[in-house]
Ligand binder design. Structure first.
Ligand code: IPE
Length: 260
């Protein structure tokens, strides 16, 4: 089984509110169908979640009454994005079912304290493709906060120990520095968790409510601790996801899970 996250910057235009990249999602759906693997799919919120979540400072927890409206609107917008993703999967003959995080988990100070894993298992056993996503959720300490797709990936990887976790990004993989702002950034083909420790301090966080690349490195290290390999690849390159699912080497980064 594979756990795959379609990043918000691949499936949406992060700069334009609620801009869904239908053509990209349709192509990725074709690749998933062709590869014919058992998959749990997670997708990010992109411009359906980050812009409004930032505006209402939802990740800081409940501080002011006006945030209530922002929370409710964000929940609706990410669910709308989820419906668009699910429809594309259905159009490509993938039996996708939606598992909204806000209904199956609770956070406490941003950390996951309770999650219904059985629902994923039951759907998988019946032959469905469970699809979950970055969402807003209740937080017992903060009132509410944000549950990123990366956090879901980390928790699901620990629970299900998949063959691989795959991050589908709008970059080829990991670099020694942010390639969008640093010309000298070098591409990393392979890394261990130890290699990533050195990298973390040098990579600057993008302006995301869920901490961008810095947060992602933390997630990948946690997945590696579970002994699971993570692959980061470019979702804008045709067949990169398909080839990877089929075990073919493409330009991508692999982070090896710890030997346990
Ligand atoms: C963020 O989810 C969820 C909200 C902002 C509500 P992610 O952190 O997984 O989304 P992307 O992949 O960065 O867009």
């Amino acid at each position: 089984m594979f756990i795959i996250k379609l990043g918000g910057s691949v499936i949406t235009n992060k700069a334009k509110e609620c801009y869904f990249k239908q053509d990209v999602v349709d192509r990725l759906a074709v690749e998933l169908k062709k590869a014919n693997k058992q998959v749990i799919l997670i997708h990010g919120a992109g411009s359906f979640g980050h812009i409004i979540a930032k505006q209402y400072m939802l990740n800081n927890g409940f501080k002011q009454k006006k945030q209530i409206k922002g929370f409710a609107m964000t929940q609706a917008m990410v669910q709308h994005l989820n419906s668009l993703v699910i429809s594309s999967l259905h159009n490509h003959d993938i039996p996708a079912v939606s598992i909204p995080p806000h209904a199956i988990l609770t956070l406490s100070n941003h950390k996951l304290t309770r999650m219904n894993y059985t629902i994923f298992e039951q759907y998988l056993d019946l032959g469905f493709t469970p699809v979950s996503f970055g969402d807003v959720a209740l937080d017992t300490r903060l009132g509410f906060s944000i549950c990123s797709g990366d956090l879901l990936l980390q928790m699901l990887a620990a629970e299900f120990k998949p063959e691989k976790v795959i991050f589908v990004l709008d970059e080829d993989g990991l670099y020694s520095a942010n390639p969008k702002t640093n010309k000298n950034a070098t591409f990393i083909e392979k890394a261990t968790r130890k290699d990533l420790e050195k990298l973390t301090t040098r990579v600057d966080a993008h302006a995301d409510v869920t901490k961008g690349m810095k947060g992602k490195l933390h997630t990948i290290k946690q997945i590696a601790r579970e002994g699971v390999n993570t692959i980061l690849l470019n979702g804008n390159i045709h067949n990169c996801l398909y080839d990877t699912l089929k075990g073919k080497k493409v330009r991508s980064t692999i982070v090896y899970g710890d030997k346990i």
